[in-house]
Write a protein that binds this ligand. Structure first.
Ligand SMILES: *[C@@H]1O[C@H](CO)[C@@H](O)[C@H](O)[C@H]1NC(C)=O
Ligand SMILES: *[C@@H]1O[C@H](CO)[C@@H](O)[C@H](O)[C@H]1NC(C)=O
Length: 427
């Protein structure tokens, strides 16, 4: 018997069904983006040999299953079909396009300028204000004016730290498919040690990622959310007065650096709607925000962790892939037109998407709340913001969440060495 399965490309591929079993075609350790080339080569040269090899693998897998199940029919469960199917065929044009960072040169240039101390560019007024405030603090403590700032040892120390932090970050920015397997070490260990625990490689038993959609107000998920071992909240959305809908426990406050940038203007960089002991994890959306980080990190009592740029890059590629794919499928337009439709160089994943990715890396089970929208619900549960930001493609991200739940193999760029844990989305 032969069944047709649709891959992410929408192209049909056959799977083989034998006596109620579907079989998985072992992935043969070929990186998926090379699979098409690989298949073409096979066709040209060693087809018969390949068929034999395949049948052998098939037979071995089959006998292994029989042993594992303790007999062919004894623990046979029709609802629990085992699949053998070819690896998902990713469209290599799409993969290549998604892996191209159109803003890379611009970003490199910006980083160089910052390292040289050039902050005077337009669009950085707020950061400038942060600096001015900082200058004021110093001025207030001295009788003379501006040149003191330059001689000030505090300023100088911040300046050196800023350069070091930005430099380290910029140097690490490259693609690494198995970065997901490092998230426990990068994020969970420092949090554990802050909580007085030994950093073990054990993941959190269960995690809730709580988005800020107004749909939460229609449900009473508060208790359910708080029952998770780790609760990750987004962009400092407050919980008080909304406890019944969103719960009150917070283990990690996940933000983008714009949020910290706003906090940096407050007394003592105050940025703690969940309490000063709750760790923050933040991704850098503009390199200039390292200034805010450098100043705020010094006064934070709980860890203020920056996501690894390799993790950022992985998230960026995945979301761009989903966005471009949807774009060409739904509009019938060419790839190249995606950039202008989505503000190419500004395009970014949302904080929610990266928080979900983080949870996949540090948790055994992931529950997602408050993602999605309804015409009848507010955009955010805690604000009156009306519309979504254009630099995100939420529809593409929903397609991604759907795949982590139903079809994890369809997710590009993530290394085979990483296993996506079970995910439930609460609507
Ligand atoms: C891959 O996607 C591109 C862009 O949508 C399309 O032009 C091309 O035909 C696709 N290739 C395959 C093999 O499906
Ligand atoms: C941030 O602050 C913590 C605690 O003071 C410190 O251990 C850490 O080294 C700082 N991080 C950076 C990158 O400066």
């Amino acid at each position: 018997m032969q069944n047709i399965l649709y891959t992410q490309d929408g192209s049909a591929t056959p799977t083989f069904k034998i006596r109620g079993f579907f079989y998985y075609w072992p992935s043969l350790a070929i990186p998926s983006n090379h699979f098409v080339d690989f298949m073409a080569q096979i066709k040209r040269s060693v087809r018969p040999l390949f068929t034999i090899l395949l049948l052998t693998v098939f037979a071995i897998t089959l006998s292994f299953r029989i042993i594992v199940h303790g007999g062919f029919f004894s623990s046979f469960d029709l609802d629990n079909n085992i699949l053998i199917q070819p690896p998902v065929l990713f469209n290599s044009t799409l993969l290549k396009y998604a892996a191209t960072d159109v803003a890379e040169d611009k970003s490199k240039k910006e980083i160089e300028q910052l390292l040289e101390g050039n902050f005077a560019n337009k669009g950085r007024l707020r950061t400038f204000a942060t600096w001015r405030r900082f200058h004021h603090d110093i001025k207030a403590r001295s009788s003379s004016s501006i040149p003191v700032m330059l001689r000030s040892p505090i300023f100088y120390r911040y300046w050196l730290d800023f350069r070091r932090n930005l430099n380290n970050w910029a140097r690490k920015k490259r693609f690494q498919a198995d970065i997901m397997n490092e998230l426990v070490r990068l994020i969970k260990h420092p949090i554990d040690s802050h909580n007085g625990l030994m950093g073990s490689d054990k993941k959190y038993g269960s995690c809730a990622v709580v988005g800020n959609s107004g749909i939460l107000l229609k449900k009473n998920y508060g208790e359910l959310i708080d029952s998770h071992e780790m609760v990750i909240r987004l962009n400092n959305a407050r919980t008080e007065r909304f406890e019944q809908s969103v719960g009150s426990k917070t283990g990690v406050s996940f933000v983008n650096s714009n949020i910290l940038h706003l906090c940096a203007r407050r007394e003592g960089c105050f940025c703690h709607p969940y309490g000063v002991t709750v760790p923050m994890v933040m991704y850098i959306c503009q390199p200039v925000h390292f200034m805010d980080y450098t100043i705020c990190n010094a006064s934070h009592k709980a860890p203020l962790l920056i996501t690894d740029p390799r993790f950022d890059l992985l998230c960026a590629r995945i979301v761009k892939y989903y966005s471009v794919k949807r774009f060409v499928e739904e509009t019938g337009k060419s790839l190249e037109e995606w950039g202008s439709a989505h503000d190419g160089s500004m395009f970014h994943y949302s904080s929610g998407m990266q928080a979900v990715m983080l949870a996949l890396g540090i948790c055994e089970k992931v529950s997602i709340f408050g993602f999605g929208k309804l015409a009848s619900a507010k955009h955010h549960y805690h604000t009156n913001q009306k519309a979504e930001l254009r630099l995100h493609d939420y529809e593409a991200e929903y397609a991604f969440y759907h795949d982590i739940m139903e079809n994890p193999r369809a997710i590009p760029f993530v290394s085979d060495k990483f296993k996506i844990p079970p995910v439930v989305i609460y609507h």
